[in-house]
Design a protein. Structure first.
Length: 362
């Protein structure tokens, strides 16, 4: 994070409605630093902002006290990550319009794959079932689930993540201290208390406005390695998130829905447009080149004896022959064969088409 002195100017720009990420980037490019831009006189600001916005900003600056605001943020345990700070998520920094600041309650997990699951606010029983299934299995695979804490699919994915011992990140279309919808009061606190985060680019006390949800959606996709749309109608906000994901170069996945369902439009349309159709979690893992997931690897390995662990650690890297394993582990070929045969029976390893042993896909 920037020093408090520098942080003040990022907060100032972030709080001024009308100066978004693109305008801020232009100001910083022109003046060299956020501080220089913030302190520039109105005439110089007009070169970048134009007359009206420069006037609005100088009036805002006259009334706004960034020092007092920073103290209030600290008191309320709201962390501020600036776009140029080390703690700012790299995946988000790389999009075309990264937020000036991210306001965070809790903490964004630093290990694991951030992955978005989004969909309709009014899911069918089919949508609920598949969202729970995919969320649970992705959490078991070590994924961190990102969504928007809206009713429906978002809430289900957050709840299912926590219920299965995972961590989740909720991106709000309001300030991080504004719980919306209010029915998710308990979920909001569970997300924070289980090692996840509530995130927003909007200043605290910013209440919900329709247009803010659209901006929020680009952050959901920007944070995530990929986006899964489980269910949604033809005007679903999930389509906006998927569109942002495509623009940002992220993977978009969709689960096919029954064509007679009103909630089939979004995923089926995305599949037509080139999204990756998925019918199992393994389809997503395969796309990411994950032969075996971190959590499953750990669960399998701790049940093995010492020699089996050594074999497992070799095969997790590359398929190998019995002779190679025997030479590497200073054992006879017959001893290794006995062990790998038992591991094969137990479903831990398998032979590939070259007849070499490899870790079996989960």
């Amino acid at each position: 994070m920037k020093s408090d002195n520098q942080l003040l100017y990022y907060i100032g720009f972030s709080y001024c409605l009308g100066i978004g990420p693109m305008k801020f980037a232009s100001l910083k490019s022109h003046f060299g630093t956020a501080k220089s831009a913030y302190l520039a006189n109105r005439k110089n600001l007009e070169k970048i902002l134009g007359f009206k916005l420069a006037e609005k900003f100088t009036e805002f600056r006259r009334k706004f006290d960034p020092i007092k605001e920073l103290e209030r943020l600290k008191k309320n345990k709201i962390q501020v990550l600036t776009v140029d700070g080390k703690e700012y998520p790299e995946s988000l920094k790389n999009i075309s319009d990264p937020p000036i600041c991210l306001y965070v309650k809790g903490s964004i997990p630093k290990s694991g794959i951030l992955f978005a699951i989004v969909g309709t606010r009014k899911p069918t029983s089919y949508g609920i079932q598949i969202t729970k299934k995919f969320t649970r299995e992705l959490v078991e695979a070590g994924f961190i689930i990102v969504s928007g804490m809206a009713q429906g699919i978002d809430t289900i994915s957050h709840e299912e993540t926590i219920g299965n011992g995972g961590k989740t990140v909720a991106v709000l279309g309001s300030g991080v201290d504004v719980i919306y919808p209010s029915s998710n009061y308990r979920l909001y606190h569970k997300i924070i208390n289980t090692g996840g985060a509530i995130v927003s680019e909007f200043p605290p006390n910013q209440f919900v406005l329709k247009g803010l949800f659209i901006s929020r959606n680009r952050i959901i996709s920007g944070l995530s390695r990929g986006v899964l749309v489980t269910e949604g109608g033809e005007f679903s906000g999930a389509l906006i998130t998927a569109k942002y994901a495509g623009i940002q170069g992220k993977d978009v996945f969709a689960i096919p829905s029954p064509i007679n369902s009103q909630m089939a439009s979004a995923p089926n349309l995305l599949i037509k447009q080139g999204a990756k159709m998925v019918t199992s979690t393994q389809d997503i893992l395969d796309e990411f080149g994950m032969l075996i997931t971190p959590k499953r690897k750990e669960d399998i390995r701790k049940k093995l004896n010492d020699l089996e662990k050594l074999i497992f650690d070799i095969l997790i890297k590359n398929p190998q022959t019995v002779d190679y394993l025997a030479l590497e582990l200073h054992q006879t070929a017959s001893q290794i064969l006995n062990i790998v045969s038992l591991m094969e029976i137990n479903g831990i390893i398998e032979k590939n088409i070259e007849k070499n042993y490899q870790i079996k896909l989960p």
